[in-house]
Design a protein around this ligand. Structure first.
Ligand SMILES: *Cc1c(COP(=O)(O)O)cnc(C)c1O
Length: 393
């Protein structure tokens, strides 16, 4: 008989009942250091007092009103995002995949309104992840995500990650947009080099193509800048955000320039819950804390510390780990052992990591993780590696 929860997840036998900072407590009382942060969602850890206060204050005042009316918390958050980024305008969603839906719609509507209705094709790259909606899986294009779910939404050209010749050959006047994660998350913490992001921007400018960055995982301070593309000194026309922006409350967003968003007039898009008062009250507080230069400087210091210690860990366990990759606190350990074995060994010793493609385990700790917790992280990861090494001996 089918489980009462649709069995689309192979869940670990862990049930967390409370959390504080970078730590989670299991129903049996065991404590786990959370280096996954709900896959880069709990940007400020668990039960951050300022977020709890923002949520409860809003909960006592007003939970929900329709987007038919003004929502002050939504206005505040939109203004803060516009103030701090390339964007002129923001639409709020509940998730990353909904942000993908709008990014695709916005790019197509842009060309439709410019009198080029056949300019609908969107270029994406192997290893990408853009969510689980019909547009999201069609954008990623991998067999793993699309098999059995046809007919797929048409209009995506899938190129090999890093294949510049294929990219240049694919460019034509039917291409509406290029959609790319500056750092692939699910794909195994694969960074697009800064010079390649610059090259993409130049290519898009030369051809009039819209450039869409998916910063759902790498954005909101994760890399030590508010958004990852800031490291490369280029900006997109449209950007998808989610995960960390709500600090654990479901919230996503599409940010865009005035020009890119010009087709999205009243009635062309909407969402019942998107930008709901509760979500935006929390999102505003997250933004206030994370967009602060001193906070981001601290993220970079913490990231430097973690990375240095991880390099040491790789050197100590060369049979288990191969290398460290990533930027800021979006780090991956490329494994020599089977990555899921390392994740499972982590469960046994009390540390949570997240597997990714390319035999990588992801470390996406809360951005405010303390130096003491970083030390503990290394001790626990070493214990997990020791266990895997013993199992393989
Ligand atoms: C998680 C993720 C998504 C999808 O977000 P959901 O909130 O799960 O719909 C899209 N793009 C990237 C890069 C992601 O990491």
């Amino acid at each position: 008989m089918i489980a009462s929860i649709l069995p689309t997840y192979a869940r670990a036998p862990l049930t967390f009942t409370s959390g504080e900072g970078a730590w989670l407590t299991e129903a049996d009382g065991r404590r786990f250091l959370d280096l996954g942060a709900g896959i880069a969602v709990n940007a400020l850890g668990h039960a951050h007092p300022a977020l709890v206060a923002a949520l409860t204050e809003q909960a006592h005042a007003l939970w929900h009103v329709s987007n038919l009316y003004n929502i002050p918390a939504q206005q505040t958050l939109a203004d803060a995002l516009v103030d701090r980024t390339f964007a002129d305008t923001v639409f709020f969603t509940n998730s990353g995949t909904e942000a993908c839906e709008l990014a695709v719609k916005m790019a197509r509507k842009y060309w439709y309104d410019k009198g080029q209705p056949d300019r609908t094709e969107i270029i994406t790259f192997s290893g990408a992840f853009h969510g689980r909606s019909s547009a999201g899986i069609a954008a990623a294009g991998s067999e793993k995500m699309t098999k059995g779910f046809g007919p797929l939404l048409p209009g995506f050209t899938h190129l090999e990650f890093g294949d510049h010749a294929a990219l240049n050959a694919a460019v034509s006047d039917t291409i509406a947009a290029i959609l790319i994660e500056p750092i692939q998350g699910e794909g195994g913490i694969r960074q697009v080099p800064d010079q390649c992001l610059k090259g993409l921007r130049d290519l898009c400018d030369a051809q009039g193509i819209l450039l869409i960055f998916d910063e759902v995982q790498c954005g909101m301070g994760r890399t030590g800048k508010l958004f990852a593309h800031e490291w490369a000194g280029v900006t997109p026309d449209i950007m998808m955000v989610a995960k960390g922006i709500g600090g654990g409350f479901p919230l996503g967003a599409v940010l865009a320039t005035q020009d890119a968003a010009s087709g999205m007039t009243a009635g062309t898009h909407g969402s019942t819950y998107g930008g709901n008062p509760l979500a935006c009250a929390v999102g505003t507080k997250v933004m206030e804390i994370v967009a602060d230069d001193a906070f981001l400087a601290q993220v970079n210091r913490t990231a430097g510390l973690l990375r240095q210690k991880l390099e040491g860990l790789v050197a100590t366990y060369p049979d288990v780990f191969e290398s460290v990759r990533g930027v800021g606190l979006m780090l991956g350990l490329k494994c020599k052992a089977v990555n899921t074995d390392v994740v499972k060994a982590g469960y046994a010793v009390g540390v949570l990591t997240v597997p990714a493609a390319d035999n990588v385990i992801r470390l996406l700790p809360p951005l405010n993780i303390t130096p003491a917790d970083i030390d503990t992280a290394i001790t626990l990861l070493a214990a997990a590696a020791h266990q895997v090494q013993g199992d393989n001996a």
